[in-house]
Design a protein around this ligand. Structure first.
Ligand SMILES: [Zn+2]
Length: 477
């Protein structure tokens, strides 16, 4: 197929073809495999298999010491309204916290994202939190001030608590924990506060990876997962369909061509198309819905000369933009309107730094197999710090992963405090325990990742022949 989705034939990533699934621990060292086996068989050993340096209990105890600091930091972030394109103040607040915690380098990039580095090694990876939020909607639906940071029963409430400044707080403190415990290793970990995500998911990372890429191998996305490991989600795109008519005086409509009437059968075909879209056992069904319809006309006493519908399309595994566009064109043809114009929209709103970085509104599906070395490494970090096996799942919504893995081919996974269900709602909240646990997980992930993976295994573009060779090697070993 000529269509490009999540990079067919990329190592470890699930694509349309089953043959593209990559074997477990492809290329991992025998030592790492053994370690993983040991910790799987005997969970209470998980924290000590690698010695004191990465003792999960020590990391958790250190995270616990920062409980109050993290609560204060999150409440401060909630008190600073930071809708997309207005994140400057929240960026400054995060910078101040990173300075206080003695990060090794702090950069506000040309887009307006902030990144703080801990470590000075050659294995570079990032922990991403988007720091913009949606608005509050109808203020009457809130039972408390969305910008107060109310604390009750060990839960912090307020806009962005769940989605997703809590993740930023835990990531920043993970940096401090690494320093406190002197956790060494060949790593540079970047804590990234990305902007504009709520408006255009992926855009901040498209900028980072294409314009300022400091050599990032992989990314942890800290959007809410309820402390589970998430390995993908559906993609999405925004499509417009326009029909053209011919206006004339509304008193004699037969002289013109009404664009709204031309659109009517297209609307019915789009509704029918939704029912036919493919399902994926893990990610769920692809969907399409019409989210807006509008028309133009020289006056309200005239025949409409154009009509446009806006489609919200959710893409499941194997659905690409070319496929989605061709389906809509076919729907228009079936409706008897082959000349309907179908186009993918573009995003080009300026950031708080007044940077315009245009992006097509195509946000590809991404999903990794549980066997991918990165997901396995995340699971191992989880076992070491929590002493039990993780739950591995997926998001319902979309994240920066659409650009990180979907467009740029950099492996990523999700792990974050709070539960996805309160995102964008007046119940927006984050349990304080989650802040502590997520910070401990991120700190544990850093040495675990470096020790259990090799850089070349995290690439997404290993040719199939190489993968087969690795597989047979592993079996014989
Ligand atoms: Zn979010």
């Amino acid at each position: 197929m000529a269509i490009q989705v999540v990079m067919p034939a990329k190592a470890g990533i699930q694509t349309n073809r089953k043959a593209d699934w990559i074997p477990a621990f492809a290329g991992m060292t025998a030592r790492a495999e053994l370690r993983n086996r040991i910790s799987r068989e005997d969970n209470h050993m998980a924290t000590t298999t690698l010695g004191r340096r990465v003792d999960g209990r020590a990391i958790m105890a250190q995270a616990e010491k920062y409980r109050d600091d993290m609560v204060k930091f999150l409440r401060d972030l909630i008190r600073i309204p930071s809708e997309s394109a207005q994140e400057e103040k929240v960026v400054r607040r995060i910078k101040a916290e990173m300075e206080k915690l003695d990060f090794d380098e702090i950069v506000i990039d040309g887009f307006g994202n902030i990144r703080g580095r801990v470590g000075n090694g050659s294995r570079k990876f990032a922990i991403d939190a988007h720091i913009d939020t949606v608005g509050v909607g109808d203020p009457d639906t809130w039972k408390w001030d969305p910008f107060e940071g109310k604390v009750e029963n060990n839960i912090i409430y307020g806009r962005g608590a769940c989605d997703q400044t809590g993740g930023m707080v835990s990531a920043v403190y993970a940096g401090r924990i690494l320093k406190d415990l002197g956790i060494g290793g060949d790593y540079s970990v970047y804590m990234v506060g990305s902007i504009m995500e709520e408006d255009c998911d992926g855009l901040p990372w498209l900028y980072i990876l294409r314009e300022e890429n400091p050599g990032i191998e992989c990314v942890i996305i800290t959007e809410p997962t309820d402390l589970r490991i998430y390995r993908g989600h559906r993609g999405r795109m925004e499509i417009e369909v326009t029909t053209k008519g011919l206006s004339c005086h509304g008193s004699a409509p037969e002289r013109g061509v009404n664009a709204v009437y031309k659109m009517a059968p297209v609307v019915k075909e789009v509704e029918a198309l939704n029912k036919r879209l493919r399902k994926d056992a893990f990610l769920g069904k692809g969907t399409v819905t019409i989210s807006d319809i509008r028309a133009t006309s020289p006056s309200l006493c005239a025949v409409a000369d154009s009509c446009t519908i806006h489609l919200d399309r959710r893409l499941t595994a194997g659905e690409t933009k070319e496929l989605a566009v061709s389906e809509v064109k076919a729907a228009a043809k079936r409706a008897g309107v082959p000349d309907a114009q179908v186009r993918i929209l573009e995003y080009n709103r300026p950031t708080w730094r007044n940077k315009v970085y245009p992006m097509e509104k195509y946000y590809p599906t991404w999903v990794f197999s549980e066997d991918h070395p990165l997901i396995q490494s995340a699971a191992e970090a989880y076992r070491r710090v929590f002493g039990k096996a993780p739950n591995i799942g997926k998001w319902t919504f979309s994240t920066n992963g659409v650009a990180i893995a979907g467009l740029c081919g950099v492996p990523c996974f999700g792990f974050g405090p709070a539960e996805e269900s309160t995102a964008h709602s007046p119940m927006d909240q984050c349990p304080i325990d989650h802040l502590v646990k997520a910070a401990a997980f991120y700190a544990q992930f850093v040495p675990t990742y470096v020790e259990t993976t090799r850089r070349e295994d995290i690439r997404m573009d290993a040719p199939p022949a190489k993968r087969k060779a690795r597989k047979s090697k592993r079996k014989s070993g």
